[in-house]
Design a protein around this ligand. Structure first.
Ligand code: DSN
Length: 431
């Protein structure tokens, strides 16, 4: 697979080759993972990694950036068109730095931020106590109701009482869609900034198969490597036009009218140094792919597959948090199987199905061995799998979770997984 690497560093080459085989011969069901195209991989592995370019197109602190400017401008323009926003910053190294920059753009350390608790499906960077967002800011966390659903009336009461400067919606483990218009009304009612973190749903939003927060949220953050199917990376989007990103606002310029400038300044020089230009190029390629009609079909199929998988798991008698899904992911509640998430994850891994253990709402177990399993369909859909395969996978998962130590069940399941992966080959060009 590698002409140079296998000679210079056979150990690393071997690990990459082993990981390729693992991806090819298993079912990748972690809902935040996906398989990029070879075009994205080529841009990511390019010589653009060699260049420093602190600043923004046309305003760099280093010489020799004429081609880097072209790349970054293409990425910006493609993202603006795809998501229908006025301004995009494509430089955040990944989702966590993007969220850090989004908060830093509008709130000073010590000010109040609000986000969904990690234990209820929220993200670390939305104010969790050990993360910078919970340590450096005054964080108030919200949670779902006992049924796993957001209770918008309760949320409204909490926002009115707490009056956060920044409110995050978006999660890593919430299987339903968000009511962005209602959230905007609630948060703007207390003059807060509404940040929508669409990392998980970005592909479906880009393809316009689910509601977009554009026009409701003040700031939108996203990673680029989940359902959007690009390289690891992130973007921050908003409306309005930047003045000069590297100069402070004048006394007449209000923050709310200058979000593009504040965001750009928060990313660089606020938090980051030189952008990762190889990553920016790969993001640009992924954005071009996401603008194609085929991508809309892909995004629709992710949702159809998730519905089919959820129905299959429930038909087999498994309990799902919120009893189903509206997006690309679902969480199996293992409580009635008398099985922990850690052992469930391990049993599935043994048969070639990769998922992750996850807390369920009001979980009585510890986060490192919680009561749930989180799984989703973006990566399987990239392999071309459709609803009938999801039904079969749901049956396999159910059998394994019901008999996680039964050797013959596991062997049979491993065979079925192998057969499926042979029918839907992945990255054959790389072998
Ligand atoms: N780690 C990501 C996920 O798995 O959802 C979120 O950042």
């Amino acid at each position: 697979m590698f002409k140079h690497l296998s000679i210079f560093d056979p150990e690393i080459a071997k690990s990459i080759e082993q990981e390729l085989t693992r991806q090819q011969q298993g079912l990748e069901m972690i809902p935040s993972e996906n398989f990029t195209s070879l075009a994205v991989l080529e841009a990511l592995g390019s010589i653009l990694t060699n260049k420093y370019s602190e600043g923004y197109p046309g305003k760099r602190y280093y010489g020799g950036n004429q081609y880097i400017d072209q790349v970054e401008e293409l990425a910006q323009e493609r993202a603006k068109k795809l998501f229908g926003v006025d301004h995009v910053n494509v430089q955040p190294y990944s989702g966590s730095p993007a969220n850090q920059a989004a908060i830093f753009a509008v709130a000073r350390p010590g000010e109040k931020i609000m986000g969904m608790s990690l234990l209820f499906g929220g993200h670390l960077t939305h104010g969790w106590k050990v993360n910078f967002s919970g340590v450096c800011y005054n964080s108030v966390q919200y949670q779902t109701g006992p049924n796993g659903l957001l209770d918008y009336d309760e949320l409204e009461k909490l926002v009115k009482t707490e009056k956060p400067k920044v409110f995050f919606c978006g999660a890593t483990a919430y299987p339903r869609l968000y009511d962005y218009p209602r959230l905007a009304k609630i948060i703007h009612g207390v003059d807060g900034y509404f940040i929508a973190d669409i990392a998980h749903e970005a592909g479906m939003i880009a393809a316009k198969v689910i509601l977009s927060p554009v026009g409701y949220a003040d700031i939108i953050t996203t990673t680029t490597h989940k359902s959007l199917r690009g390289p690891r990376g992130a973007m921050i989007m908003c409306n309005g036009l930047p003045s000069h990103p590297l100069k402070p606002l004048t006394a007449e310029e209000t923050p709310r009218d200058n979000l593009p400038t504040l965001i750009d300044r928060a990313v660089f020089p606020g938090l980051q140094g030189g952008p990762h230009n190889h990553q920016t190029a790969a993001i640009a390629v992924a954005l071009a792919e996401a603008a194609k009609p085929e991508f809309k079909i892909y995004a629709e199929q992710i949702l159809k597959n998730a519905k089919a998988l959820a129905a299959s798991l429930m038909n087999e008698g498994l309990k799902l948090v919120t009893d189903g899904t509206d997006n690309h992911l679902m969480i199996i509640d293992l409580t009635s199987l008398n099985l922990g998430g850690k052992d469930g994850e391990l049993a599935l891994e043994q048969v070639g199905i990769t998922v992750n253990k996850n807390t369920i709402p009001f979980d009585h177990r510890k986060p490192f061995d919680p009561s749930g399993i989180r799984l989703g369909t973006p990566a399987l859909t990239s392999r071309g799998m459709k609803e009938e395969v999801m039904v079969e996978i749901g049956q396999i998962i159910s059998l394994v979770l019901k008999s996680p130590t039964n050797k013959s069940t596991l062997e049979k399941a491993r065979e079925q997984v192998k057969n499926l992966t042979k029918q839907y080959p992945l990255y054959s060009e790389l072998n």
